[in-house]
Ligand binder design. Structure first.
Ligand SMILES: *[C@@H]1O[C@H](CO)[C@@H](O)[C@H](O)[C@H]1NC(C)=O
Ligand SMILES: *[C@@H]1O[C@H](CO)[C@@H](O)[C@H](O)[C@H]1NC(C)=O
Ligand SMILES: *[C@@H]1O[C@H](CO)[C@@H](O)[C@H](O)[C@H]1NC(C)=O
Ligand SMILES: *[C@@H]1O[C@H](CO)[C@@H](O)[C@H](O)[C@H]1NC(C)=O
Ligand SMILES: *[C@@H]1O[C@H](CO)[C@@H](O)[C@H](O)[C@H]1NC(C)=O
Ligand SMILES: *[C@@H]1O[C@H](CO)[C@@H](O)[C@H](O)[C@H]1NC(C)=O
Ligand SMILES: *[C@@H]1O[C@H](CO)[C@@H](O)[C@H](O)[C@H]1NC(C)=O
Length: 689
């Protein structure tokens, strides 16, 4: 072997090596805006660079067009069977042309030549002609979006996606659409040529070809529409042209490509297509509202709506009837007592639909709302939670009668109505200044009631209680006299409210009941023991009210002795004045004698033995003896009246024994009473708050 030949061999080996070492070239491009210098256009294809629209066919019959990326892309490792992966995505829009039935479709394709040669229009999609279809030498891979069902090519329907290898007879096809990400078995159809912009993803890797589509702007569905194993080593050449083809026939539609990207390496290249601000090609007049889906959806919605409306009507009428029946049933025995029924609607409007901002208080039975009735009348609306039918009838009978109670020291009762779901709504006059407790306990110095105001309020409340006890044809027991049930009107006069717990009894009849109503701390001992209430138990409550108002202390407070016991103790030690509200002491404006005397009255009313307590009439007589704060400002108490009271029979009862040095202690009295009053056999239920 000569030197020359050796050199040649070496050269050859080096050459071979060079070639085999050559890295596989790859291609990647993204056209969110098309540039004519990067595309070759064939047939009737046009590029509108201004609007960035690549139109593959024009609006006439039997046209076709193709667009290719200018350069070939590597598709196969040279002279091997190894196919290079590719990932491509594009956005297309197919729009029917007015006056023509729509056809035929577009194809994404790999082709050895960047020409239109070998293609023909109509059902051939510009891809093949009658002679070269099925020819293995075509070296063409296409993914068709076909809107014509062609028997010749065994098309599955007239809205399908298919994979074409050298032939328009697809190796695999599926109706256009996508699989739901959540319910993977749920297929959602898409109509190819309704003008909607669709994004398509076509991937080939490891002999698997995947085709996915969705409405442009959606995230890529996880499950591909078509996933098909495909050996392309005999189809692809080492390098191929890649692009689009489309055709019309007698059927005409516009085929547009709006964006396109391609990569041999980047599976996620499709994410880089811009899907916002795309032009819209929805046919005028039809628009999104005319899509089949929309029409079906709308129809279903309308039918459902009508059904619902009808159902609601039926239910409403039924309920109305039932409510009417209920109300009518009640009216017979109801109206004769008290006709002031207010419609639920009126109350609902007055309280702005029982809105939270209207809540002015929360009682044991329910919330209290402020309301404004038509005409501007302010009212307090109390919602009583659900009661049994029986309980409600009983309650209404009493309450409706109470509605006729009218006194300037009682909170006016305006009316009632039934709640929609059972229970009652009671409507009272609105009291501007709220309840007394807010003016006495733990309140700001600026709003705290002075001594004279407190006495005046007590007097007005006493008048209210007396009216309940004696001013009406039947005796009404309030049963729950306490500071929070005393409301103050515009003129700061006390008004007794909340008859919710009151029960009526005929005059002179012993009030028998098995339920103890009232609030702990205000309930007379005999009620707890026997469950029996009388006018004198109201006096007890009023006594506690006097004491709490004078002392500025609630009857029961944590860590302190009960109010009555404590004051009694002070009285025994002769330090009664110590009980006076500290804040009042600081504020001044009171007469010590008067304070002591009012405290005595409170103790007398709250005396454990009911027989020792005064009646409300007596109480009021005594209170009337107090200086009228409105007329005789600062005059102090007339000594004569005090003397008169002290010498009265009730006072002597209270004082009995103390002058003889044998006044029993509070405990002794309580003990003697508990043994003298036997417990009733019936259940005692406490209704505390
Ligand atoms: C197209 O590409 C050429 C060359 O790169 C450039 O000069 C031209 O501005 C581009 N046109 C558009 C519309 O991007
Ligand atoms: C588009 O064409 C221009 C001019 O021929 C070229 O410089 C550019 O690289 C091409 N772009 C792509 C993505 O091929
Ligand atoms: C469409 O293409 C055909 C064939 O090239 C041509 O005769 C016709 O004028 C074109 N129509 C339009 C609207 O451009
Ligand atoms: C590939 O094969 C063709 C013909 O079979 C040949 O012309 C070409 O040189 C080969 N290329 C390489 C890189 O081997
Ligand atoms: C089909 O295309 C081939 C080229 O691929 C061409 O030779 C042939 O004449 C065409 N046949 C018809 C019927 O147009
Ligand atoms: C094609 O789809 C199958 C099934 O979802 C998946 O396993 C595979 O990774 C996908 N291949 C590509 C290249 O997307
Ligand atoms: C594809 O087909 C060729 C023969 O045409 C074969 O050599 C090759 O192994 C096949 N590839 C795969 C992945 O099946």
């Amino acid at each position: 072997m000569g030197k020359k030949q050796l050199l040649l061999l070496l050269h050859f080996v080096f050459f071979i090596k060079l070639i085999s070492l050559q890295p596989i070239s790859t291609t990647e491009f993204i056209f969110n805006t098309f540039n004519s210098s990067n595309l070759t256009l064939h047939g009737d294809t046009t590029l509108d660079e201004e609007h960035n629209i690549l139109t593959l066919t024009n609006n006439s019959a039997f046209t076709m067009g193709r667009a290719f990326y200018t350069s070939k892309v590597p598709t196969r490792t040279p002279n091997t069977s190894k196919i290079i992966s590719f990932y491509t995505s594009f956005i297309f829009s197919m729009t029917p042309v007015k006056g023509s039935l729509p056809g035929h479709g577009l194809v994404f394709l790999f082709s050895p030549f960047a020409t239109i040669e070998g293609g023909s229009s109509a059902q051939n999609l510009g891809l093949f002609n009658i002679t070269n279809d099925r020819n293995k030498d075509n070296h063409v891979l296409g993914v068709e979006f076909d809107v014509f069902e062609n028997q010749e090519f065994s098309d599955i329907d007239k809205n399908h996606v298919g994979v074409d290898v050298n032939s328009l007879t697809s190796v695999v096809a599926h109706s256009a659409g996508y699989w739901d990400d959540v319910k993977v078995d749920k297929f959602k159809s898409l109509k190819l040529n309704n003008g909607v912009n669709y994004q398509v993803w076509i991937d080939y890797q490891d002999s698997l070809l995947n085709v996915t589509m969705a409405v442009a702007g959606m995230t890529r569905p996880k499950k591909p529409l078509i996933s098909n194993s495909l050996n392309l080593s005999a189809v692809f050449l080492d390098e191929m042209y890649v692009g689009f083809s489309a055709a019309t026939g007698r059927l005409v539609e516009t085929h547009r490509i709006l964006a396109w990207c391609f990569s041999n390496t980047d599976f996620l290249i499709g994410d880089r297509l811009v899907t916002s601000n795309l032009p819209s090609f929805l046919p005028p007049g039809t628009s999104v509202f005319a899509t089949k889906r929309f029409i079906i959806g709308m129809s279903v919605a309308i039918v459902l709506f009508i059904c619902c409306a009808l159902l609601m009507c039926v239910l409403l009428i039924k309920r109305r009837r039932k409510m009417k029946r209920d109300l009518e049933a009640m009216e017979e025995w109801e109206l004769e007592y008290w006709p002031h029924r207010i419609s639920y609607q009126e109350v609902y409007t007055a309280t702005k639909g029982f809105s939270d901002e209207n809540v002015i208080g929360v009682g044991g039975n329910g919330k209290v709302y402020k309301g404004v009735l038509v005409g501007g009348v302010e009212v307090a609306v109390k919602r009583i939670s659900h009661e049994t039918e029986e309980g409600m009838r009983e309650f209404l009978a009493e309450v409706s009668s109470l509605g006729r109670l009218k006194h300037r020291n009682l909170v006016g009762f305006r009316g009632w109505c039934k709640r929609e779901r059972g229970g009652l709504i009671l409507i009272y006059d609105y009291m501007e200044n709220g309840s007394l407790d807010k003016w006495v306990f733990e309140c700001d110095e600026s709003v705290m009631l002075g001594w004279k105001d407190r006495v005046r309020v007590l007097k007005t409340v006493a008048e209210g209680v007396l009216y309940l006890h004696e001013g009406w044809e039947s005796r009404v027991l309030h049963r729950d006299i306490k500071a929070s049930n005393v409301l103050l009107d515009r003129d700061m006069h006390g008004r007794l409210g909340d008859f919710g717990l009151a029960r009526m009894h005929g005059h002179g009849l012993a009030a028998g009941t098995t339920r103890v109503v009232g609030t702990a701390g205000y309930i007379a001992p005999e009620v707890v023991r026997s469950g029996r209430a009388s006018a004198l138990t109201d006096v007890f409550g009023f006594g506690v009210l006097i004491l709490e108002v004078v002392c500025g202390r609630r009857p029961i407070e944590d860590g302190k002795p009960p109010l009555v016991d404590w004051i009694w103790g002070l009285m025994e030690k002769g330090k009664l004045l110590n009980a006076l509200d500290e804040n009042l002491k600081a504020k001044g404006g009171f007469d010590s004698d008067e304070v002591e005397w009012v405290l005595h009255l409170g103790l007398l009313c709250a005396y454990p033995d009911p027989r020792t307590r005064p009646t409300m009439r007596q109480v009021l007589q005594v209170l009337d003896g107090t200086p009228n704060t409105d007329e005789s400002e600062g005059e102090g108490m007339e000594v004569g009246l005090l003397e008169k009271m002290k010498s009265s029979t009730m006072w002597s009862k209270y004082r009995r024994g103390s002058h003889q040095g044998a006044h029993p202690t509070f405990e002794q009295i309580r003990h003697s009473i508990s043994s003298s009053i036997s417990l009733s056999g019936s259940d005692i239920i406490m209704e505390g708050r």
